[in-house]
Ligand binder design. Structure first.
Ligand code: MIC
Ligand code: SF4
Length: 646
């Protein structure tokens, strides 16, 4: 039986466990990336593990999220990361060099390699045939130290593409269509593999848009084959030597197949407030638009910018619209400035932002009250833009640019025939904003620079024999990490300070939560389906840990968040009977008796006693042998320390 492309790469990298569907496998990680919002914690954790130098083939630290520097905190974080990178053997991409995923694709990604990144959109690397996975900072720290990364051998979904996209219909519309079919929880436990004749019609930047936003499916990762188009992209980057041909075996067997005829697709949008709330441009109609933002790791390549500049050329942004554009990297920005396209954007009235995440993570450019904001980004969760009642639509760069001119939601097909947008023969290559780490000898004497906002990892404790705790919060379905641990300009600077950031935990749902939970001591959270979807931020587990949360009991979890809870030593439990969710109220006192013994003996179903209501329910937690030990130890950091001590 043949293998799919994802399976071929996974098989070559499996260093622990049994290579069988549904079983846990430990894979060797060739490359890691961190960004600054998760990176400070990751390097603090790496330091705590006490391995002097990274053991990967390539590790890169990017600064792209917290670049506003409205106080000393962001700048201190940059100094910390830069100095830690230099000491630990990590390449450092300085602020201004661009968004981690865009730069990594340009300068470091290699087909067939594994990449683990402390950012959920790491699967962007799947656009050039990598197995690129997003994870919490602690998992990345362990991988930097040479440890395996553990996943459940996923199901592989074949998205078979046929045909060719019609004019002005975009790669963004392809992934929006996949989101329409599979929804934000349809990819959990799966890898999405793109195959079929249609693949050959998509350039690398287009493929990367699709794999990037595969994160919104909840998928482990997404991957395209590595073919002549990949080779050409790497050649333009001066890295042809990194190319290898990679594809699935002809007789590969997939768990599921979805067929998409590219020629039948139309411009789509994800409507407020979920990436799977998909409607066509026709269904949405010509609604008034207040703001348009173009950029983010999903749509900020030169190819995207060329299309945008073409639409803006010689026009003026509508008087009632604000347009901002953030090219994804210094490389892209440089090429736009050389070929004159930047001038077309500026002349049209676009506000050019630095090459960073910016508005995507709420660092500026929040829309006006109840304002309609069209964004080429990947997430439109409630409040993420920084405006609670902002109405964010996720669209293609083509739809965004034309709507900015017209002042209303526009169908880019109204532009008539689409011209060819050919990428240049060679990209601008200048790695002067990437600092090379110090050699091992010099590194020994280097000091890590630590500002006053940088606080250590919160205290952990081994799992208690019996957990008795009050329900501090009960929430509904599809809770995102932006609910649990919001980002934005006010909160992001606190990413290196868990006690301070904890004061903002869950405030989107309940402003009194942080104070109440902390006062309770031990407490438990109750949630619905797909709990913890979205970001890889381990702060969504570390802040609850700091606030005394001992267990989170839900109908189902998103993958990365569940792993982050285990890493933090918080029990992730699921209801055996979903209806039991309705029987528990906020304020109830719950008890989990004999939990350590149960976890250690490999049991997966436990008794949950509701002392307030005098009832008992069954809850489950399927833990691999390794995860059981991690839970019992009080989290991955303590587990790793114990392992190393042995
Ligand atoms: C996001 O898009 O939500 C982020 C900000 O990039 C996060 C990481 C973070 O919270 O720092 C992600 O996607 O993992
Ligand atoms: Fe940055 Fe937005 Fe991409 Fe996250 S999704 S890495 S915030 S650009």
């Amino acid at each position: 039986m043949g293998l799919t492309l994802a399976e071929k790469i996974l098989k070559l990298h499996t260093i622990d466990g049994e290579f069988t569907k549904g079983k846990e496998i430990g894979i060797r990680i060739d490359q890691t990336l961190t960004q600054d919002a998760t990176g400070t914690m990751a390097y603090l954790e790496f330091e705590a593990i006490a391995i002097p130098r990274v053991k990967t083939e390539r590790s890169v630290a990017y600064v792209d999220h917290n670049t506003l520097q409205s106080g000393f905190e962001n700048a201190d974080d940059h100094l910390f990361i830069g100095s830690a990178a230099k000491k630990f053997g990590v390449y450092y991409s300085r602020p201004g060099n661009g968004i981690c995923h865009q730069v990594h694709l340009e300068r470091f990604g290699i087909p067939g390699k594994t990449l683990l990144g402390s950012d959920s959109h790491t699967p962007t690397g799947g656009g050039i045939g990598m197995i690129a996975i997003g994870a919490g900072g602690l998992d990345v720290a362990v991988a930097m130290g040479g440890g395996a990364y553990y996943i459940t051998y996923p199901k592989i979904v074949n998205v078979k593409l046929t045909g060719k996209l019609p004019g002005w219909v975009s790669a963004k519309d392809v992934i929006l269509e996949v989101l329409r079919i599979l929804t934000v929880k349809g990819g959990v436990g799966k890898i999405i593999e793109y195959t079929g004749e249609g693949v050959k019609t998509l350039s690398v930047p287009e493929r990367a848009t699709i794999t990037n936003m595969g994160a919104e499916l909840g998928a482990t990762t997404s991957i395209f084959p590595s073919d002549d188009i990949t080779k050409d992209f790497l050649k333009k980057e001066g890295r042809e030597a990194d190319w290898v041909e990679l594809k699935a075996d002809d007789d590969a067997v997939y768990d599921e197949t979805i067929e998409i005829d590219l020629s039948q697709l139309k411009p789509l949008a994800a409507c407020p407030h979920s990436p799977d709330n998909i409607k066509s441009a026709e269904e949405i109609g010509k609604i008034k638009v207040d703001q348009v933002c173009i950029g983010s790791c999903t749509n900020s390549s030169l190819y995207d910018m060329m299309k945008v500049a073409h639409i803006l050329k010689g026009k003026t942004v509508h008087p009632e619209v604000q347009l901002s554009i953030a090219p994804g990297s210094k490389q892209v920005l440089h090429m736009l400035s050389e070929n004159g396209l930047l001038a077309d954007m500026i002349d049209a009235g676009a506000r050019i932002l630095e090459s960073a995440c910016g508005p995507c993570i709420g660092m500026g450019q929040s829309p006006n009250s109840a304002g309609v904001s069209l964004r080429t980004f990947n997430r439109n969760f409630l409040g993420r833009s920084g405006t609670k009642d902002g109405q964010v639509y996720l669209v293609s760069p083509e739809t965004a640019a034309l709507s900015a001119i017209n002042g209303y939601f526009s169908d880019p097909r109204d532009l008539g025939a689409q011209p060819e947008f050919a990428l240049p023969e060679k990209f601008d290559i200048n790695d002067n904003m990437i600092t090379i780490p110090a050699d091992e000898e010099t590194a020994k004497a280097l000091e890590i620079k630590r500002g006053p906002n940088i606080k250590p990892y919160p205290k952990t404790a081994p799992l208690a024999e019996t957990i008795t705790a009050e329900v501090s919060l009960k929430v509904g379905d599809n809770i995102t990490t932006d609910h649990i641990m919001p980002a934005g300009a006010k909160i992001l600077p606190l990413r290196s300070n868990i006690p301070a950031i904890s004061k903002h935990c869950f405030v989107v749902c309940d402003e009194t939560f942080p104070e109440r939970a902390e006062a309770m001591g031990d407490n438990i959270i109750i949630g619905g389906v797909n709990y913890g979807q979205g970001s890889s931020r381990e702060h969504a587990a570390l802040a609850p840990l700091y606030l005394g949360v001992k267990a989170v009991i839900v109908k189902s979890f998103a993958r990365i968040h569940r792993a982050n809870l285990i890493n933090a030593g918080i029990l992730p439990l699921e209801f055996v009977n979903e209806a039991d969710y309705d029987k528990i109220s906020q304020g109830d006192i719950l008890e989990l008796p004999g939990i350590v013994g149960a976890v250690k003996s490999g049991k997966s179903v436990f008794t949950l006693v509701n002392k307030t209501k005098n009832e008992s329910y069954s809850v489950k937690c399927e833990l691999s042998a390794r995860n059981s030990e991690i839970m019992a130890a009080g989290g991955l950091l303590d587990f790793t320390r114990l392992q190393l001590a042995k």
